[in-house]
Design a protein around this ligand. Sequence first.
Ligand code: UDP
Length: 239
Amino acid sequence: MTDIEFFKDGKRIDGRTYDQLRPMEAKAGVLKNADGSGYFRFGNTIAIAGVYGPREVHPKHLENPKEAILRCTYSMASFSTTERKRPGPDRRSIEISKVTTEAIKPVLFLEEFPRTSIDVYIEIIQADASTRCAGINAASIALADAGIPMRDLVASASAGKVAGEIVLDIAGKEDTEGEVDLPVAYYPKKNLVTLLQMDGKVSFEEFEKIFDLAVNGAKKVYEVQKKALKDKYKEEVVE
Ligand code: UDP
């Protein structure tokens, strides 16, 4: 148990209400050298994604004659955490790369590009919880920015339980001292959840509340992602 005071006068440590996301910021086309790129920020969590492809597959034996292969690689920069993060893949980043790939795959028309790969590199520049959600959000923007045919964007957010209360988008001390964290990725046009993970224990009723809150958060993220893409093209017209 902890003696931190998580709630005061209906507000959280950082001043948010229980169902409020951290301030969001999103941009499309932030990298010059990738085919498409995206930036997404939830408070102090910042992700950048770069997309290459559809392109020739290396190693060749991974080629699929029926469709493109999607490979998402999640990585945390050494300077992204309070303690220096050892560079290179570890168990956690391999897991997040896999679930990110699975979360995004359903929205892509992979069948249009057989024998190719679409590679998405996600870099967490600054980490303060929900980095996998921020990474998915940046990756979706980057794929759209690369002109990859998509059925929809995938939007992601997490909700959880802190000191007995159900809250949206846990961060800071809520993350390190919280009880439950439940990230979801959401495919809005089909009302489909493409990622659902949870650590900690809750009752089924609480699970439903946390889940609904996370999906509602993802719906707000979706609006921010769409705006980022529209803004990029608005700027291009003006130029
Ligand atoms: N974290 C860290 N070092 C690590 C892994 C995680 O400092 O090597 C922190 C980071 O702030 C991250 C948080 O712990 O956002 C929660 O990590 P988790 O594995 O739950 O994934 P996330 O919530 O970032 O998707």
